[in-house]
Design a protein around this ligand. Structure first.
Ligand code: APR
Ligand code: PHB
Length: 394
């Protein structure tokens, strides 16, 4: 088998890249190790920046997102029992974000791909990649016990943090920056109306909490928990009880609880690999970087990597220009580091760090006091939250 671009991974990055390439007449095959249902079963964040919304429109998969997504013009920060609204719309000259679950987005991309009859291999085991340091990259895998091989011009590593692509790069050619936070997020999804029209990010003495949503009838809540906690030891009742204790009186009163549809604990990590290009292999999305979820940047960064990568491939195949592929890594990394910084900073601002002692807690309180009472500081939060532009001044 032969194709122009072999895409490893059918998460949002791989599927969006496939869609953008298809629209430009470039042939690609997506190779995924799981089943479609498994991919759709992973519950992840659901806040899209305008830049990501525009990209999904450009990819031709935006209809349901616009019908069902919720436009949010602000969010709330709950600090010392008081809520403060960050009016994104006002502070950024009219910008907003769209709340639309990553699961739904992935489903839209999968549906679009199958409607177009584009080649996707699911349940590929033992995926390996090779030849990317020369002119003839290839991918091999097993399916139903049979060895398969795909030759290509480029490999797009869209296979997430635990994928095979980054792991196939020689250690001497890559540098990895990593910070693991000393807590996780316990998430709960329920068929209940959200407690508030906008998201609430809560800094409480008992730990961080987040009230989010998927629709007006489905809520997503999170609690900061110690890394040693096991999801099995958190009953739904214990979750709701703890959430109530971290919210303000009004939210406590309004909170509608119900059985969980999904409950899981995710560790928090900041991670960046440099560079993102190795000959004819390119890393995009979680394969190249991870942000803690506090700033809701993971999916958005994946989308912008893919935009830069699709543009680079299109330039290569249609204009025979290598400028885009040569600049890919540096262009992505600049935006990635800015989002990494914001996510790290917002995580530090909103969580409890008991090991850092009482002075760290006082610094955090003073910073929050300053931020919430300074319009310039609130604008900084809003500007980062709605997302930085695709291109910065050079
Ligand atoms: N071979 C083939 N596919 C693989 C392999 C492999 N060896 N390893 C992993 N995969 C697949 C995974 O099963 C998964 O479906 O690659 C896909 C990667 O998808 P994601 O982890 O969702 O990564 P990405 O598409 O970059 O999406 C980024 O996901 O974690 C969130 O915050 C992140 O929202 C962001 C988004
Ligand atoms: C979510 O809805 O899952 C969500 C929203 C905002 C975040 C993180 C997660 O910052």
């Amino acid at each position: 088998m032969r194709t122009q671009v072999a895409i490893i991974g059918a998460g949002p990055s791989g599927l969006l890249l496939g869609q953008l390439l298809h629209r430009a007449g470039i042939d690609a095959v997506v190779i995924e190790r799981q089943t479609p249902d498994y991919v759709l079963g992973r519950i992840r964040a659901g806040v899209l920046e305008q830049v990501a919304v525009d990209l999904l429109d450009e990819a031709g998969v935006g209809d349901r997102m616009h019908r069902e997504g919720l436009v949010h013009e602000g969010f709330e920060m709950l600090v010392q029992g008081r809520r403060h609204r960050i009016d994104m719309h006002l502070l950024t000259g009219g910008k907003s974000v769209l709340v639309y679950g990553q699961t739904e987005l992935t489903r839209d991309l999968m549906d679009a791909r199958s409607a177009l009859g584009l080649a996707t291999v699911y349940e590929a085991s033992d995926v390996t990649i090779g030849g990317f340091d020369g002119a003839k990259p290839f991918v091999t895998w097993k399916q139903g016990g049979r060895e398969q091989r795909l030759d290509c011009d480029f490999i797009a590593g869209c296979d997430g943090f635990h994928g095979v692509c980054r792991a196939s790069v020689p250690k001497s050619a890559i540098r990895e920056y990593e910070k693991v936070y000393p807590f996780g997020w316990l998430g709960l999804l329920s068929e209940t109306p959200p407690v508030n029209e906008e998201l609430i990010y809560a800094n409480s003495e008992r730990g961080f909490a987040l009230c989010s949503m998927r629709s007006m009838t489905r809520s997503r809540y999170y609690l900061q928990v110690p890394l040693t906690d096991k999801v099995e030891s958190w009953s739904d009742e214990a979750f709701w009880q703890e959430l109530r204790l971290r919210l303000d009186a009004e939210a406590r009163e309004k909170l509608v609880t119900g059985p969980s549809i999904e409950k899981s604990i995710a560790p928090l990590r900041s991670f960046v690999a440099e560079p993102l290009r190795f000959g004819r292999l390119f890393l995009a999305g979680d394969a190249g970087h991870i942000v803690p979820p506090t700033g809701a940047k993971g999916l958005n960064l994946a989308a912008t990597d893919v935009k830069y990568l699709a543009t680079a491939f299109i330039e290569y195949f249609t204009e025979r220009s290598e400028a885009g592929i040569d600049h890919y890594s540096a262009r992505c990394l600049r935006r990635i580091w800015r989002a990494e910084r914001f996510s790290w900073w917002f995580t530090n601002l909103m969580h409890q760090f008991p090991d850092e002692g009482p002075i760290a807690a006082r610094f955090q309180q003073a910073e929050l006091d300053y931020l919430l009472n300074s319009e310039a500081a609130r604008r900084t939060i809003a500007e980062n939250y709605v997302g930085l532009p695709l291109t910065f001044g050079e």
